[in-house]
Design a protein around this ligand. Structure first.
Ligand code: ADP
Length: 332
């Protein structure tokens, strides 16, 4: 019963690698039938070449195999008794997934930084090697500054992400008054738009939001700046704060370029962009929504995205009722 309760798979093999017994976890991992497969040679049932090789030679301490039902397993043989063996299996699917994500992430960061760095180095070489007139020199320096600023934005965003990743849930001690926050977001939007868009606000304001103001302001600000950046001149951007019995929501709606359905589930992945060059031209790092989603999650909020290509998008942050405090309570 004790072995049955282990989270690892356990198979007892005899001297000829025949199955004497296995626990339920091993049945699941290795797709064995605890009754019908007794007495069978395990090599006939688990046929992955890496495993067969390991079974015959067992030079390594363990072997990784991926089973056809998608599980990644770490298998380990341990001799015991006269000539029997214990075969232990551990599910490492999640570990491998995280490892692959980590590798992807490092590759992405390097790629993102390499592009502006290459441009920067190119200009530096030109400035060093060619005698340029002062105007040309100034132009080149300006472009170098742009690339350096871009690298700085990427690094700032990465640091913000990593700070959010390890952080515990945001405390509920501070009450954030929504009206001034939304007004600030509106004037930021107007500054960014420079008169090219119509910016509207619609709001209820009987409750305050509980959390860390700087994080929420930056998450909401990202949604607002995206709405401006991805909406052509003449479009409308609407900021709304709505309260209900089951919580409240902050939404940003635009009449911009919209997003094809296939991209929507991936938008909050780090560095995911629908159109790389459009994002870059407007100073995007591809990290804004990843940061916003994490900051919202720390406040128990979810991010919903509705969009139609050519018509516009709506990004909604939904907060549970426990993240609200009534304004009256604060006044009394
Ligand atoms: P970026 O810095 O590229 O804007 P984000 O993480 O903020 O990065 O957004 C990821 C991608 O989602 C953007 O590159 C863009 O393709 C898409 N996107 C975000 N907001 C909008 C929007 N309001 N309208 C259309 N596309 C958007």
């Amino acid at each position: 019963r004790a072995v049955q309760a282990l989270p690892d798979g356990v198979v007892i093999l005899d001297s000829a690698n025949r199955i004497e017994w296995c626990n339920l976890t091993a049945e699941g991992h290795l797709q064995l039938d605890g009754r019908a497969d007794l007495g069978q040679n395990i090599a006939n049932l688990v046929r992955e070449p890496e495993f067969i090789e390991y079974l015959e030679r067992s030079k390594e301490t363990s072997v990784r195999v991926t089973r056809d039902h998608g599980l990644a397993l770490s298998l380990r043989l341990i001799p015991f008794g006269q000539s029997q063996k214990l075969l232990l299996s551990r599910d490492v699917t999640q570990f491998e997934r995280v490892d692959a994500m980590r590798r992807d992430f490092v590759a992405n960061v390097s790629h993102e930084l390499r592009t502006p760095l290459t441009v920067l180095v190119g200009f530096l070489e030109t400035l060093q090697n060619l005698k340029l007139d002062p105007q040309r020199q100034r132009d080149y320096l300006g472009m170098m500054q742009e690339q350096a600023a871009r690298m700085q934005r990427i690094i700032d965003d990465l640091l913000t992400l990593s700070a959010l990743d390890g952080a515990p849930p945001a405390s509920s001690e501070t009450q954030i008054a929504m009206r001034p926050l939304v007004e600030r977001l509106k004037s930021d939007a107007e500054a960014l738009s420079a008169g090219k868009h119509k910016i509207q606000v619609s709001m209820d304001a009987s409750s305050d939001l509980l959390g860390v103001e700087s994080e929420l302001a930056s998450a909401f600000g990202n949604l607002v700046s995206n709405a401006i950046r991805y909406t052509p001149a003449g479009g409308t951007v609407t900021l709304a704060w709505r309260e209900g019995t089951d919580g409240a929501r902050f939404s940003v709606e635009d009449t911009g370029i919209g997003i094809e359905a296939e991209h929507i589930p991936r938008l909050t992945e780090r560095f995911y962009r629908v159109d790389r060059s459009r994002s870059r031209e407007t100073g995007g790092t591809g990290l804004g929504l990843a940061i916003a989603k994490r900051a919202l999650a720390r406040h128990e909020a979810t991010l919903e995205i509705h969009s139609e290509p050519g018509k516009g998008s709506r990004f909604t942050a939904r907060f549970p009722a426990r993240r609200l405090a009534s304004r009256d309570k604060e006044l009394s």
